[in-house]
Design a protein around this ligand. Sequence first.
Ligand SMILES: Cc1cc2nc3c(=O)[nH]c(=O)nc-3n(C[C@H](O)[C@H](O)[C@H](O)COP(=O)(O)O)c2cc1C
Length: 186
Amino acid sequence: MDKQVNILGFAGSLRNGSYNKALLRESTKLVPTGAKLEIFDLEGIPPFNQDLEKSMPDRVKEFKAKIRAADAILIATPEYNYSIPGVLKNAIDWASRPYPDNSFEDKPVAMMSTSIGILGGARAQYHLRQVFVFLDMHPINKPEVFVTFAPSKFDEKGTLTDETAKKLIRELLENLVAWTKRLKKG
Ligand SMILES: Cc1cc2nc3c(=O)[nH]c(=O)nc-3n(C[C@H](O)[C@H](O)[C@H](O)COP(=O)(O)O)c2cc1C
Protein backbone atom coordinates (compact mmCIF):
# COMPACT_ATOMS: atom_id res chain seq x y z
CA MET A 1 0.00 0.00 0.00
CA ASP A 2 1.89 3.05 -1.25
CA LYS A 3 -0.95 5.52 -1.25
CA GLN A 4 -1.47 7.95 1.61
CA VAL A 5 -2.84 6.46 4.84
CA ASN A 6 -5.80 8.56 5.96
CA ILE A 7 -6.45 8.59 9.69
CA LEU A 8 -9.59 9.97 11.28
CA GLY A 9 -9.14 11.25 14.84
CA PHE A 10 -11.72 12.25 17.41
CA ALA A 11 -11.64 13.15 21.08
CA GLY A 12 -13.93 12.00 23.86
CA SER A 13 -14.27 15.56 25.16
CA LEU A 14 -16.28 18.49 23.82
CA ARG A 15 -14.51 21.05 26.00
CA ASN A 16 -12.83 23.89 24.09
CA GLY A 17 -9.74 23.70 26.28
CA SER A 18 -9.67 19.90 26.27
CA TYR A 19 -6.27 18.33 26.87
CA ASN A 20 -7.35 15.35 24.75
CA LYS A 21 -8.23 17.62 21.81
CA ALA A 22 -4.75 19.10 22.30
CA LEU A 23 -3.24 15.60 22.00
CA LEU A 24 -4.98 15.22 18.64
CA ARG A 25 -3.77 18.64 17.46
CA GLU A 26 -0.24 17.63 18.40
CA SER A 27 -0.71 14.32 16.59
CA THR A 28 -1.33 16.14 13.30
CA LYS A 29 2.30 17.34 13.58
CA LEU A 30 3.65 13.92 14.53
CA VAL A 31 2.10 11.70 11.83
CA PRO A 32 4.73 9.97 9.70
CA THR A 33 5.34 10.92 6.09
CA GLY A 34 2.78 9.29 3.82
CA ALA A 35 -0.05 9.63 6.34
CA LYS A 36 -2.58 12.34 7.11
CA LEU A 37 -4.69 12.94 10.21
CA GLU A 38 -8.08 14.63 9.97
CA ILE A 39 -9.85 15.60 13.18
CA PHE A 40 -13.62 15.28 13.64
CA ASP A 41 -15.33 17.10 16.53
CA LEU A 42 -18.09 15.11 18.22
CA GLU A 43 -20.00 18.37 18.90
CA GLY A 44 -23.52 18.14 17.48
CA ILE A 45 -23.96 14.38 17.78
CA PRO A 46 -27.25 13.98 19.66
CA PRO A 47 -28.00 11.37 22.34
CA PHE A 48 -28.48 7.98 20.72
CA ASN A 49 -32.07 7.03 20.05
CA GLN A 50 -32.68 3.69 18.39
CA ASP A 51 -35.92 4.99 16.88
CA LEU A 52 -33.78 7.24 14.66
CA GLU A 53 -31.10 4.81 13.59
CA LYS A 54 -32.66 4.13 10.19
CA SER A 55 -32.96 7.87 9.41
CA MET A 56 -29.90 9.16 11.18
CA PRO A 57 -29.28 12.83 12.07
CA ASP A 58 -27.05 14.57 9.47
CA ARG A 59 -24.16 15.00 11.88
CA VAL A 60 -24.13 11.25 12.52
CA LYS A 61 -24.28 10.52 8.78
CA GLU A 62 -21.30 12.83 8.34
CA PHE A 63 -19.40 11.06 11.13
CA LYS A 64 -20.13 7.61 9.70
CA ALA A 65 -19.04 8.68 6.21
CA LYS A 66 -15.73 10.02 7.56
CA ILE A 67 -15.11 6.76 9.42
CA ARG A 68 -15.90 4.70 6.33
CA ALA A 69 -13.54 6.79 4.20
CA ALA A 70 -10.67 6.52 6.71
CA ASP A 71 -8.01 3.82 6.59
CA ALA A 72 -7.47 4.00 10.35
CA ILE A 73 -8.92 5.58 13.48
CA LEU A 74 -7.26 7.50 16.32
CA ILE A 75 -9.11 8.21 19.56
CA ALA A 76 -7.93 10.55 22.33
CA THR A 77 -10.09 10.33 25.39
CA PRO A 78 -10.37 11.50 28.96
CA GLU A 79 -11.40 9.12 31.71
CA TYR A 80 -14.69 9.91 33.40
CA ASN A 81 -15.50 8.10 36.61
CA TYR A 82 -12.97 5.39 35.78
CA SER A 83 -14.45 4.74 32.33
CA ILE A 84 -15.21 6.10 28.84
CA PRO A 85 -16.97 9.50 28.71
CA GLY A 86 -20.63 9.26 27.68
CA VAL A 87 -19.95 11.58 24.72
CA LEU A 88 -17.49 9.10 23.25
CA LYS A 89 -19.55 5.99 23.90
CA ASN A 90 -22.63 7.73 22.49
CA ALA A 91 -20.81 8.61 19.24
CA ILE A 92 -19.43 5.08 18.95
CA ASP A 93 -22.91 3.63 19.50
CA TRP A 94 -24.36 5.74 16.67
CA ALA A 95 -21.57 4.87 14.24
CA SER A 96 -21.94 1.16 14.96
CA ARG A 97 -25.61 1.13 13.94
CA PRO A 98 -28.01 0.11 12.47
CA TYR A 99 -26.88 -3.47 12.79
CA PRO A 100 -25.01 -4.78 10.79
CA ASP A 101 -23.92 -1.42 9.28
CA ASN A 102 -21.05 -0.88 11.72
CA SER A 103 -18.76 1.74 10.17
CA PHE A 104 -15.87 0.76 12.46
CA GLU A 105 -15.76 -2.83 11.28
CA ASP A 106 -12.29 -4.07 10.33
CA LYS A 107 -10.62 -0.69 10.97
CA PRO A 108 -7.22 -0.44 12.61
CA VAL A 109 -7.38 1.82 15.66
CA ALA A 110 -5.01 3.52 18.09
CA MET A 111 -5.91 5.31 21.28
CA MET A 112 -4.35 7.64 23.78
CA SER A 113 -5.55 9.48 26.83
CA THR A 114 -4.69 12.27 29.15
CA SER A 115 -6.21 13.14 32.49
CA ILE A 116 -5.37 15.29 35.45
CA GLY A 117 -4.77 12.16 37.51
CA ILE A 118 -1.96 9.72 38.22
CA LEU A 119 -3.04 7.06 35.69
CA GLY A 120 -3.59 9.38 32.72
CA GLY A 121 -6.86 7.73 31.71
CA ALA A 122 -5.62 4.12 31.70
CA ARG A 123 -8.90 2.73 33.02
CA ALA A 124 -10.87 4.39 30.22
CA GLN A 125 -8.50 2.92 27.63
CA TYR A 126 -9.00 -0.61 28.93
CA HIS A 127 -12.78 -0.16 28.77
CA LEU A 128 -12.40 1.18 25.24
CA ARG A 129 -10.38 -1.88 24.24
CA GLN A 130 -13.30 -4.02 25.34
CA VAL A 131 -15.65 -2.02 23.10
CA PHE A 132 -13.31 -2.63 20.15
CA VAL A 133 -13.95 -6.36 20.47
CA PHE A 134 -17.61 -6.12 19.50
CA LEU A 135 -16.87 -3.41 16.93
CA ASP A 136 -14.44 -5.80 15.26
CA MET A 137 -11.63 -3.28 15.22
CA HIS A 138 -7.90 -4.01 15.23
CA PRO A 139 -6.25 -2.04 18.03
CA ILE A 140 -2.57 -1.22 18.35
CA ASN A 141 -1.25 -2.71 21.58
CA LYS A 142 1.83 -0.61 22.14
CA PRO A 143 3.03 1.92 22.99
CA GLU A 144 0.33 2.75 25.50
CA VAL A 145 0.05 6.52 25.66
CA PHE A 146 -1.18 7.72 29.06
CA VAL A 147 -0.36 11.38 29.63
CA THR A 148 -0.59 11.81 33.40
CA PHE A 149 -1.05 15.02 35.41
CA ALA A 150 -2.22 16.90 32.31
CA PRO A 151 -1.96 20.48 33.65
CA SER A 152 1.82 20.06 33.97
CA LYS A 153 2.27 18.73 30.41
CA PHE A 154 0.63 21.52 28.36
CA ASP A 155 1.42 25.22 28.12
CA GLU A 156 -1.09 28.05 28.56
CA LYS A 157 -2.08 27.84 24.88
CA GLY A 158 -2.93 24.15 25.27
CA THR A 159 0.11 22.86 23.42
CA LEU A 160 1.71 19.62 24.57
CA THR A 161 5.17 20.39 25.92
CA ASP A 162 6.19 16.99 27.30
CA GLU A 163 8.88 15.42 25.10
CA THR A 164 8.33 11.88 26.40
CA ALA A 165 4.65 12.08 25.50
CA LYS A 166 5.48 13.42 22.02
CA LYS A 167 7.93 10.58 21.43
CA LEU A 168 5.31 8.01 22.45
CA ILE A 169 2.64 9.58 20.24
CA ARG A 170 5.03 9.61 17.27
CA GLU A 171 5.73 5.90 17.86
CA LEU A 172 2.03 5.11 18.25
CA LEU A 173 1.25 6.80 14.94
CA GLU A 174 4.12 5.04 13.18
CA ASN A 175 2.80 1.72 14.47
CA LEU A 176 -0.74 2.58 13.41
CA VAL A 177 0.38 3.38 9.86
CA ALA A 178 2.53 0.23 9.62
CA TRP A 179 -0.33 -1.88 11.01
CA THR A 180 -2.79 -0.35 8.54
CA LYS A 181 -0.51 -1.17 5.63
CA ARG A 182 -0.07 -4.74 6.86
CA LEU A 183 -3.81 -5.28 7.16
CA LYS A 184 -4.46 -3.84 3.69
CA LYS A 185 -1.91 -6.19 2.15
CA GLY A 186 -3.80 -9.34 3.16
C1 LIG B 1 -17.42 13.78 34.94
C2 LIG B 1 -15.93 13.72 35.17
C3 LIG B 1 -15.36 12.57 35.67
C4 LIG B 1 -13.98 12.48 35.80
N1 LIG B 1 -13.43 11.29 36.22
C5 LIG B 1 -12.08 11.16 36.18
C6 LIG B 1 -11.50 9.87 36.40
O1 LIG B 1 -12.17 8.88 36.64
N2 LIG B 1 -10.15 9.77 36.32
C7 LIG B 1 -9.34 10.86 36.04
O2 LIG B 1 -8.12 10.69 35.95
N3 LIG B 1 -9.88 12.08 35.82
C8 LIG B 1 -11.22 12.25 35.89
N4 LIG B 1 -11.79 13.47 35.63
C9 LIG B 1 -10.91 14.63 35.42
C10 LIG B 1 -10.39 14.68 33.99
O3 LIG B 1 -9.14 14.02 33.94
C11 LIG B 1 -10.19 16.14 33.55
O4 LIG B 1 -11.41 16.85 33.66
C12 LIG B 1 -9.64 16.24 32.13
O5 LIG B 1 -9.22 17.56 31.90
C13 LIG B 1 -10.71 15.82 31.11
O6 LIG B 1 -10.15 15.77 29.81
P1 LIG B 1 -10.27 16.98 28.76
O7 LIG B 1 -9.29 18.03 29.25
O8 LIG B 1 -9.84 16.36 27.48
O9 LIG B 1 -11.67 17.49 28.75
C14 LIG B 1 -13.16 13.59 35.50
C15 LIG B 1 -13.76 14.76 35.01
C16 LIG B 1 -15.12 14.83 34.85
C17 LIG B 1 -15.73 16.10 34.27
